[in-house]
Structure formats: structure tokens, C-alpha cells
Write a protein that binds this ligand. Structure first.
Ligand SMILES: Nc1ncnc2c1ncn2[C@@H]1O[C@H](COP(=O)(O)OP(=O)(O)OP(=O)(O)O)[C@@H](O)[C@H]1O
Ligand SMILES: [Mg+2]
Length: 249
């Protein structure tokens, strides 16, 4: 029989492990993510050689006839299994998975389902089953990543929306809202990267857009992660930052 937990008020020492980063192109998303501890980059845009961190290119592999031989869904699943079974010394194990970029992963999952079912789009699969399969695959991927004892970072680009009436422009992640909700439901922090200036005078900025709970820097065990979070505007309060600085001395 199951033993139920005691009735008590817990004081969790929470720290963020799942991150969503969005921002305009060349604003430092990949750069920021690559500084997390022992990162493995799941790359989609083919420019993985440019980064310093180890990476795996995600793709739907097809034979000469166009038939799917190894789908992106299968590949992601294989990677998750390999990460679950990491062996060796601590410093030889990956501690962060970076999905760069999640938009493309969604497109690849969609494409894999279409190829497997011999259709052009998800809508061509009867009774909305295509969309259901897609949602299940994405949800599974996100949940499997979350269950890993690692940091998970999802990267998305930026789109701008201009209101025709007021002429006001707002910015948001390029990942479609319905997919963003699935991914973000499993994230602790949303960070937007941006840059100002040009050429040699560029300043890179990071601001926290959403947090799951108020984090106390004292609870963040990994010093590298703490340093990275300190560089994000709005992550900690002024008091917390001052306390941290005093502690450093
Ligand atoms: N905080 C920073 N300090 C110094 N250089 C930075 C910083 N952030 C980014 N850069 C530099 O800016 C360039 C672009 O950064 P990065 O590749 O991370 O952008 P990105 O947002 O991932 O762009 P894309 O959407 O095209 O992938 C890189 O050459 C990187 O070295
Ligand atoms: Mg990038």
C-alpha cells in the first residue's frame, strides 16, 4: 500500500532548471545558453560548428525515395535515453540540454508525422488525429526533458506585432502560442535577450519576462548558473543582489 506524506507545511528551496529564452537574431541567445554547465546543444539550423559547445544536429533522415528512415521524434527519443543513462565522472556528464531552436523542432515533429502518414499537412489526417499526435509528441518530449536531472533551455526567435490602430509595436517569442503554452507550462523562467548599439558598441541585454516563483540566490547551488542569472535584469531584487555582493567579499 502507498504511504502518504505527512500533513505539514514545507519550505521548498526552489531553484530554476527549465528556461525559455527568446530574442531577436544575434542578440546572444545561443551565447548565453552555451555558458550553462556542461551543455549539449540540440541544433536545428545547421550552424552547430560555430558554437563551442558539443552539439547534435536534429533532422528527419530520409532515403533516396524520400521515405523516412530515422525521424526527428525517434532521434530526440534516442538522445533522451542516452542522457538518462549517462555514465562516467561528474565533469564528463552533460548537465544542460539546449534546444536551439524549439520552433524548428516543432516543424520537424510535424513533418515526421506527415511523412509517416503520407500526407502533406496535419490537417489531412482525419478527425484531428494529426494535431493530437503532434501535441502528444511535443508534450512527451518536453516532459521527458523535464524529468532529466539537468537544466533544460528552449530557445526561440522573436517576432514583432504592430497594432494597426495604435501603431504600437510589441515583441514576443516566434514559437506559436499554442506550442509555447505546452513548452512554457514546464518552464521556470522566461528570459528575453536583446542588443543595443552597433558594431563595436553593442551592449547585450537579458531581462526576465516571467518567473514561476521568487527565487532566492542562496538556494541556487550551481555557482555558474547563479552568475548567469545575476546577469539577467529583474531576476533578483536589489537587496538580494547587495547581499550576494557582500557575501562575495
Ligand atoms: N553577452 C555577450 N557578450 C559578448 N558577445 C556576445 C554576447 N552575447 C552575444 N555575443 C556575440 O554576439 C553574436 C551573436 O550571438 P548568438 O549567436 O548567441 O545570437 P543568437 O541570438 O543565438 O542569434 P540567432 O538567432 O541568429 O541564432 C556572437 O558572435 C556572440 O559571440
Ligand atoms: Mg543562436
Amino acid at each position: 500500500m502507498i504511504t502518504l506524506p505527512k500533513v505539514e507545511t514545507l519550505k521548498p528551496k526552489s531553484q530554476p532548471h527549465n528556461f525559455f529564452i527568446w530574442g531577436e537574431t544575434m542578440s546572444g541567445k545561443s551565447y548565453f545558453a552555451s555558458y550553462f554547465p556542461n551543455p549539449l546543444i540540440l541544433n536545428t539550423d545547421g550552424n552547430s560548428e560555430q558554437g563551442q559547445a558539443p552539439s547534435i544536429q536534429i533532422r528527419n533522415e530520409r532515403d533516396q525515395n524520400g521515405k523516412l528512415t530515422h525521424s526527428a521524434i525517434q532521434q530526440l527519443d534516442d538522445i533522451i535515453v542516452a542522457l538518462q543513462n549517462q555514465k562516467g565522472s561528474e565533469d564528463q556528464q552533460f548537465k544542460t540540454v539546449v534546444v536551439d531552436v524549439i520552433d524548428d523542432i516543432c516543424v520537424m515533429i510535424e513533418q515526421a508525422i506527415c511523412l509517416e502518414n503520407g500526407v502533406q499537412s496535419l490537417a489531412d489526417i482525419a478527425y484531428g488525429k494529426g494535431y493530437a499526435m503532434f501535441n502528444a509528441a511535443l508534450q512527451q518530449f518536453v516532459m521527458d526533458l523535464k524529468a532529466l536531472p539537468m537544466n533544460v533551455i528552449y530557445i526561440s526567435r522573436e517576432i514583432s506585432i504592430t497594432d494597426e490602430d495604435t501603431n504600437r509595436t510589441t515583441f514576443k517569442q516566434s514559437l506559436k502560442d499554442k506550442y509555447y503554452n505546452i513548452v512554457n507550462g514546464n518552464c521556470d523562467l522566461v528570459i528575453r535577450t536583446s542588443k543595443i548599439g552597433q558594431g563595436q558598441n553593442i551592449t547585450y541585454m537579458r531581462e526576465v519576462k516571467a518567473v514561476r516563483t521568487k527565487y532566492d540566490p542562496e538556494n541556487i547551488t550551481d555557482k555558474r548558473v547563479l552568475q548567469l542569472l545575476e546577469s539577467c535584469q529583474g531576476m533578483f531584487t536589489k537587496d538580494q543582489m547587495e547581499k550576494l555582493k557582500k557575501g562575495d567579499k
